[in-house]
Design a protein around this ligand. Structure first.
Ligand SMILES: Cc1cc2nc3c(=O)[nH]c(=O)nc-3n(C[C@H](O)[C@H](O)[C@H](O)COP(=O)(O)O)c2cc1C
Length: 338
């Protein structure tokens, strides 16, 4: 299922950056869940480019729910959400039909789809498609919150800076230079009970990584201390345990809330690294796949000098979808509505 994620609660994505619309189909939602339009709109606003730190492409993200919701509540049948595309400057991409943008999906998509892919604006590989993911997750997240489960993704660093003022300076400097920067996002999920996860292959880390790597520009993920475990001894690394009333807890959470692929009741914590935006104004060496000649490309068009701040709500949304899927697999889809 190439464009579908989930087992019990599934989300299918469709659309291209400069096509008529993008969208998502959510299947497996139980009936009777209130759909909060204000919340969906506010999550979409978090993803939308809004200031000098992001692409000037303006999208209103006026979504339509075509099915699966009646009188403000889910009916239990597939929910189809569409978001029209606007403000597309497709002519900016003419040169890029054959000149491959280094580090973007132009070359790999061309190999995979034999040149039939819609290349405009990155087509199906554009960050634009993530708006549909955010809208889909926003239908599910209030139901999770009612169960005491909250997902939050925050910026850990951008261009090596942890302070907002400093990273904003670095983004603007990169933009002025026709360049881009990357950074790290930290996600914390609280409220997931101990005992969720299906080893060996559907571990919590595995399921989350599988989904998070679908987010364009994510190139790495680590749980808890992650790669810093390499420098620790056992006594430094182990999460020692204690009983708090009738609950088992840990004094530390170096394992990011997952052991043996199963939740231990501590917050699930992971970091995901977002690479610098591939499309940049600086001249780069590349290839023309029509002439099969070496060439150069200095991209025109409107691009994000940094994706990290916009990707936060996307990572948060994908995480919520995976968590909802794992929980409904364990407790049944109707559990989400109880
Ligand atoms: C919210 C969001 C916005 C993005 N905007 C751009 C953009 O303006 N220009 C660009 O080159 N890449 C952008 N990307 C990243 C590319 O889509 C991505 O790097 C490309 O598809 C290659 O995939 P990969 O980096 O995962 O290998 C964006 C990603 C996200 C999540």
């Amino acid at each position: 299922m190439k464009n579908t994620i989930g087992n019990s609660l599934t989300v299918t994505l469709f659309g291209e950056s400069h096509g008529k619309a993008i969208g998502a189909v959510i299947d497996g939602m139980p009936s009777g869940i209130a759909v909060d339009d204000e919340y969906i709109a506010s999550q979409l606003t978090r993803r939308r480019p809004q200031d000098a730190l992001s692409t000037p492409r303006q999208e209103k993200d006026e979504y339509t729910i075509l099915s699966g919701v009646f009188e403000g509540k889910t009916t239990g049948t597939p929910i189809c959400i569409t978001i029209p595309n606007a403000d597309t400057h497709s002519s900016d991409y003419g040169e890029m039909q054959y000149k491959m943008r280094p580090s973007h999906a132009d070359f790999t998509a061309n190999c995979r789809y034999n040149g039939f892919q819609d290349y405009r604006g990155g087509g199906h590989f554009s960050g634009r498609i993530t708006a549909a993911l955010v809208a889909a997750a926003a239908c599910v997240m209030p139901a999770l919150a009612k169960k005491g489960i909250c997902v939050n993704t925050n910026i850990l660093n951008i261009a090596g800076e942890t302070q907002e003022e400093k990273w904003k300076e670095k983004i603007l400097a990169a933009k002025a230079d026709g360049d881009s920067v990357g950074g790290t996002l930290q996600t914390v999920v609280i409220g997931v009970p101990a005992g969720v996860g299906e080893p060996w292959f559907d571990t919590v880390e595995g399921m989350l990584s599988h989904a998070i790597f679908s987010v364009p520009a994510v190139k790495g993920i680590e749980f808890g201390l992650g790669f810093d475990f390499a420098d620790k001894t056992g006594i430094e690394a182990n999460d020692q345990m204690y009983v708090d009333s009738d609950t088992v807890k840990c004094y530390t959470n170096n394992n990011g809330g997952v052991l043996g692929g199963i939740t231990n009741g501590m917050p699930i914590v992971f970091n995901a690294v977002i690479k610098p935006t591939p499309t940049i104004g600086k001249e780069q060496k590349t290839v023309d796949i029509n002439t099969m000649q070496n060439t150069t490309l200095a991209a025109r068009g409107r691009h994000d000098p940094c994706i990290v701040h916009r990707a936060a709500v996307v990572v948060e949304s994908v995480t919520a979808l995976v968590v909802a899927d794992m929980l409904t697999q364990k407790f049944g889809t109707d559990w989400l509505a109880k």
